[in-house]
Structure formats: C-alpha cells, structure tokens
Design a protein around this ligand. Structure first.
Ligand code: TRP
Length: 328
C-alpha cells in the first residue's frame, strides 16, 4: 500500500475551509493508503504564539480531525512534537537543502513581509521540517493544496540531493492535489483562514453558522433581489457543490442566473446540507470531548505507531551518514 502523509497546523479548531479543502479528503484516503496525519506543532512555533495555549490547540485540532471521520484504526493520527525524529531528520536534511531554493519560497517571503520583526531561521527552514515529516514515513503521496506545491518540490529536490550524496534512501514524494475548488471566506474575497477571521468553525452552534451564512458575501453584481447573478462568481454557490445534490445545484444555478430566487433562499438551501454534515461532526466531537481519556489513548497510540516507523528511518539515516551514534 502506498503511504500518505499530511500535516496541519494546530490552529485550535478546524473551519469549513480546512474541512472541505483537506480533512474531508484525508478521510477518503484512509481506505486506499497507509495514512499518517500529523498536527504540526513544531511548525507552529515559527510564528508568534501563546505557549500556555499550544498544547490545547494541538489537542483540539486532533479532536476535530477525529470528529470529521479520520479513524484511528485505519490511519495514524499524532502530534509532531511527540516524535522527536522529526526535528532530528530536519537537521540532517538542512545539510543537503539548497539555501538558494529556500530563499525562493513564496510562503517564507509572505510571512517575512507580514511579520518583519519575526524573521527567524525556523521560519526559513520550515519547508525542511516539512520534508522531514514526509520522508520519515516513506510517504510517496502528499495531499496538499496548491499553496504547498513549492514546498513539495523542495522536498523532492532534498531527496535527490540526499540520495546522490549518501546513497538511495528516500523515495520522491508526489503531491496529491485535491480537485476541490478554493474555499473563500465569508467575505468572498480571501481564502478562508482563521487569521483573517472570515471562517465558519466546525464546532460553531447552528444559529451562529446560519448567521454567518446569511450575511456571507455573494456575487457582488446581485445588489437587488431582481438582479440576476453569476453563480460561478459566488462563494455560496461553491459551497453548494459540497453540500447539495445535483438537482439542488441546478435549481439554485437557474434561480440565480434568472433572478428567480434570491440569495437568502439560496443560502437557506445551502444551510440544509451544511446542517446535516456539521451536526454529524459536532456529535462525534462532543462524544470525544466528553471522554478525554479516549483522546489521550488515541494520540498516545498514534505517537507510538509513528515513532516505530520514524525510529527505523532515523536508524537507517544515521547509518548512511556514518555517524558515531550508528556504530552501536
Ligand atoms: N505546511 C503545511 C501547511 O501549512 C502543513 C504541513 C507540515 C504539511 N508538514 C507537512 C503538509 C507535511 C503536508 C506534508 O498546510
């Protein structure tokens, strides 16, 4: 079975964008692949954060992922900092990672531009830690969004350089891009993201979800109820593609382009589907939150499974490198 690895930052709670763009796909992959899913807290420390909150952010994220349907009996779910091999391999890979390529990473440049007082080596080396994540498990398939394409290219370059210098050790990981359309935030402008405050969190109560949907941006050309709209320009229509059947999608498409229905009616129809999905996720999440020992056990088992594989990889790497530690 081919191996899949993917990671997600411990933002504290999953939102609709994470779910539709990533985690829903993780759930689908767990039957076809040997999957490792990781909450990447060591990546998160490269940006300013509150230490007192980090552990619960990681844990809540894991609970949300489980609530979405990632099944600990079929996939390995763990928190990165419980597997020290990640940082160990990242250091090793940093000795083959080309600095010039790292300097071209657009995500680094963006983060550096947004936070000029926090340009640290970890932020720069972030893609190297990401490569370590993937390579520790021999993953050849990495489900990611378009924004991670460059990081994955770099991981492949790191593999080629490592293998050329130390002998064939790692396979080149291939991206597994989802066909998911980009999920915009409620503003209909930027990608849905917690830091932009334009999200619907999966755990939000139904009335809050409806309030947010009700006021979410639609095609700006539909100013009046009688103005026809262009569904393709409307984020609410994008969401219908996930939550409504073909018949409903066709109905709102026609209704929008002919001004036969208004945005509110369209949103009500969307909400019907959203409610079904979110209530299932909420129910599973509530059950897990009521049983912290179960969550502890799942994460402990995930970390143990991950360490088992990561430990073997690191032993091979130390030996390839000819390190003293490999001489035992
Ligand atoms: N950088 C990824 C993101 O922000 C998260 C991540 C960390 C990741 N390690 C990974 C994704 C390994 C895929 C594989 O989305």
């Amino acid at each position: 079975m081919e191996i899949v690895f993917s990671g997600i930052q411990p933002s504290g709670e999953l939102h609709l964008g994470n779910y539709l763009g990533a985690v829903r796909n993780w759930v689908a992959l767990q039957d076809q692949y040997r999957c490792f899913y990781c909450v990447v807290d060591y990546h998160a420390i490269t940006q300013p954060y509150e230490p007192a909150e980090m552990a619960s952010r990681a844990r809540n994220m894991a609970v949300d992922i489980l609530a979405c349907g990632v099944d600990p009996d079929r996939a390995t779910l763990f928190v990165q900092s419980e597997v020290p091999e990640h940082t160990e391999l990242a250091w090793v890979l940093s000795s083959v990672a080309p600095q010039g390529e790292l300097e071209r990473m657009t995500q680094f440049k963006d983060k550096a531009a947004h936070n000029p007082h926090n340009i640290n080596l970890g932020l720069f080396a972030y893609p190297v830690l990401q490569a370590a994540d993937i390579l520790l498990y021999g993953a050849t398939r990495v489900p990611v969004g378009e924004d991670q394409r460059q990081h994955l290219e770099l991981a492949r370059e790191i593999v080629r350089r490592f293998n050329a210098r130390f002998g064939e050790t790692f396979a080149e990981p291939m991206p597994l891009f989802s066909t998911t359309p980009k999920i915009l935030g409620l503003d209909g402008q930027a990608k849905m993201s917690k830091s932009l405050g334009n999200t619907i969190a999966l755990r939000e109560p139904e009335n809050v979800v409806w309030d947010k949907l009700r006021t979410a941006a639609t095609d700006p050309a539909r100013v009046k109820r009688t103005d026809p709209g262009t569904p393709e320009k409307c984020n609410v229509y994008t969401l219908h593609k996930f939550f409504s059947d073909a018949e409903k999608q066709a109905y709102v498409h026609t209704g929008c382009t002919t001004a036969g229905i208004g945005c509110i009616e369209c949103k009500k129809m969307l909400f019907e589907g959203v409610k079904v999905d979110l209530s299932r996720i909420r129910a599973r999440g509530d059950a897990l939150r009521a049983d912290p020992a179960r969550v502890d056990a799942i994460l402990a088992r995930g970390a143990a499974e991950a360490r088992q594989v990561a430990g073997q990889t690191m032993a091979r790497v130390r030996s390839r490198l000819g390190l003293h530690a490999a001489k035992a």
